[in-house]
Write a protein that binds this ligand. Structure first.
Ligand code: ATR
Length: 273
């Protein structure tokens, strides 16, 4: 039995237990994957307990991704850059290693499900919080022409530009100036607005013909931007594939098996309809 968990608050709504159980089925693996509510205060002891009870690792969701990174003995480049981790792997030495698989989840979803090419693309990233930081490194490694970050609080966008500029062409832009930028191939919504029933104010003129709007949200939180895009005739994708994609990378880190994300994505979509 492989013991795993996801920590967060709230966490009851998490699809991770379901996704990882579907992955485990693909290999006939027996897993026990729990969703555990935690706060910044309780999280370190809960991680220690899981590890002491033979746990192999855990996922971490909001608002504990930074805490998870702080708790680790070693971090992957992407977790170190973002100063946030969504995956911990417990080693037999007692060491905990931190990873951030969100960027890989997004890139794998785009590559496998759409014919969108990140290489050479002009990308507008809307939002400059933890979600944006989590995907920037991997997106820059995919060789885009340029990533332009816009955010309500311009200083945060400028901070990300500074933190990631050695990895590739990245620039911040004030929201009021985005209209005078050349059009983009891809707009990525990394804001938390969807959780309050809102969408960022995008215009179809920001996108080249054939461009795509990718929302890192899924489920209810994706509905406002989905509706806005449908109304404006903008091709839209929610972030359910990214969720499954980041989980697949975590699963591989824990089990050394690479699950079929496409099948699980179909199973999830099927059960949502
Ligand atoms: P997460 O970890 O989900 O990224 P976060 O770090 O709080 O959460 O970041 C939320 C993002 O959504 C930020 O880019 C935030 O903009 P600010 O940096 O200006 O706060 C953005 N966001 C949240 N509410 C917003 C709103 N009403 N209008 C525009 N952007 C908003």
């Amino acid at each position: 039995m492989i013991k795993l968990a996801v920590f967060g608050k709230p966490v009851v709504q998490s699809l991770s237990p379901r996704i990882h159980n579907l992955f485990a089925k693909q290999f006939g693996l027996d897993i026990d994957y729990q969703a555990i509510e935690a706060t910044a205060e309780t999280f370190p002891d809960q991680v220690t307990e899981l590890s002491a009870n033979g746990g192999r690792g855990c996922n971490i969701t909001a608002p504990l991704k930074r805490n998870a990174w702080q708790l680790a003995d070693r971090s992957s480049d992407s977790a170190e850059r973002a100063q946030a981790a969504n995956t911990l792997v417990f080693h037999s030495s007692g060491e905990r290693h931190a990873y951030n698989t969100d960027g890989q989840g997004l890139v794998n979803d785009l590559n496998s499900r759409t014919d969108f090419q990140l290489s050479g693309a002009r990308i507008c990233l809307v939002g400059a919080g933890g979600a944006a930081a989590g995907v920037l490194g991997t997106m820059l490694q995919s060789g885009p022409d340029c990533i332009v970050i816009i955010n309500r609080t311009a200083e945060r966008a400028a901070g990300l530009e500074k933190a990631y500029s050695d990895l590739g062409p990245i620039r911040s832009c004030r929201p009021e100036e985005i209209g005078s930028e050349p059009a983009f191939d891809l707009i990525v919504n990394a804001t938390s607005l969807g959780h309050r029933g809102l969408a960022p104010e995008l215009s179809c003129s920001w996108l080249k013909p054939g461009g795509l709007c990718y929302d890192m949200n899924y489920g209810q939180a994706a509905e406002p931007l989905r509706r806005l895009c449908e109304k404006a005739g903008i091709p839209y994708s929610d972030g359910l594939g990214m969720l499954v994609g980041q989980a697949a990378v975590s699963f591989q880190l824990w089990t050394e098996r690479s699950p079929d994300s496409g099948v699980v994505l179909k199973q999830l979509r099927h059960s949502f309809c």
